[in-house]
Design a protein around this ligand. Structure first.
Ligand SMILES: [Zn+2]
Ligand SMILES: [Zn+2]
Length: 360
């Protein structure tokens, strides 16, 4: 395999897929053509390339680009994703806190977002790695909301489908040719920027102190996931003691529609994640008040656990003042089978169907 006539360097924090698309357009060929030439027996764009490539595939890139192997390894999301969760990252399936592409053939259902002002400031527009994080919903540099659908045609961002004959830059929609740099700008909320600042600090510093206890990076992200579960539960059960305790603890939190919560965090669009993470930000900052409100509302400890009966150790202090139910009574309540599907179950199926057919 011969060296390419044009050398394309990685930009700061650039993702692997972004570099591949820019390389293809610089060479005057379509991204799909370039990857087909690099790896003839592999349909590259049906996979999430930002998760990283195996040794053989990186070797092909090293030969053509003459860049160091370490650059391709650093462009993957693997090292960041490993910080967000202590569990093994699945080969297939969703990685915690990484937006999922939902790839079906070469079409995506989401997963990629951009800041129009970053694109506008770039000499050559490119996608940043951190734009794939689920906790990123705004650009911290420009304090504007991220965009995850083309403002022109409302399709997901699928720059790998660009054609070199149409454009030389990746900030154009492959479906309607809209220039993403001209996207309407929406200011980011204070909660969003503050939450992102905290998450970035926890990621970079290796941990943080929560209510007097030191927690590691992945423990903090685990704890956030668990609090998100409680927020979701409170939205579906607005009259529950849990929901009342959350509302009383976080009076400034946004009102969340249950329609926006049906998919898991990594599959939600940027608008739904913005509201959810703003609520999380309020709850994180009022954990002690939340604990007291749970106690005064007479909440059962079971309202804090997930289906597996699990709660992160860093949140165990919330249990202290709660009523522990009789397991025999609790067990008899939850094990009764029911034939009719709930509204929530039906809505989940509907949203999954819409996502499958890329309707939103
Ligand atoms: Zn920006
Ligand atoms: Zn478009």
């Amino acid at each position: 395999m011969s060296r390419w006539p044009i050398a394309v360097e990685f930009k700061e924090d650039e993702s692997l897929s972004s570099w591949l698309i820019r390389s293809a357009l610089s060479l005057g060929c379509d991204p799909i053509v370039l990857t087909g030439w690099l790896w003839p027996k592999w349909r590259a764009w049906t996979f999430d390339l930002d998760r990283g490539l195996n040794t053989d595939k990186i070797s092909e890139l090293v030969k053509c680009s003459e860049l160091n192997r370490s650059m391709f390894e650093a462009a993957s999301l693997l090292s960041s994703a490993s910080k967000f969760s202590a569990r093994d990252l699945p080969r297939h399936g969703v990685w915690p806190w990484i937006q999922a592409l939902g790839a079906r053939n070469r079409l995506y259902r989401g997963g990629t977002q951009y800041c129009p002002l970053c694109f506008d400031c770039d000499l050559t527009p490119y996608f940043r790695k951190h734009w794939r994080f689920s906790w990123v919903t705004a650009c911290h540099k420009h304090a504007v909301q991220m965009i995850d659908r083309c403002p022109g045609c409302h399709m997901p961002i699928e720059s790998h489908r660009l054609q070199a004959l149409d454009t030389a830059v990746l900030s154009q929609c492959p479906s309607c040719c809209f220039d993403y740099r001209s996207s309407p700008i929406l200011p980011a909320t204070t909660e969003t920027t503050e939450f992102q600042r905290t998450a970035l600090m926890v990621k970079n510093d290796g941990g943080v102190t929560i209510c007097g206890s030191v927690v590691s990076t992945h423990e903090w992200f685990d704890l956030c996931k668990h609090l998100l579960l409680l927020i979701r539960r409170s939205v579906y059960l607005p009259k529950s003691t849990l929901a009342i305790a959350i509302r009383d603890s976080c009076p400034g939190a946004p009102i969340i529609s249950s329609d926006n919560l049906i998919l898991q965090l990594e599959l939600l669009n940027v608008g739904a994640r913005t509201d959810l993470l703003a609520s999380l930000h309020h709850l994180l900052n009022n954990l002690e008040a939340f604990s007291k409100n749970l106690e005064s509302a007479g909440a059962l400890s079971t309202c804090l656990v997930d289906k597996g009966g699990r709660i992160p150790i860093s949140l165990h202090f919330l249990f202290d003042a709660l009523i522990k139910p009789d397991p025999r009574i609790y067990g008899s309540r939850i094990l009764r089978p029911t034939k009719a599907k709930s509204k929530g179950t039906v809505m989940k199926s509907w949203v999954r169907l819409k996502r499958k057919y890329r309707l939103e």
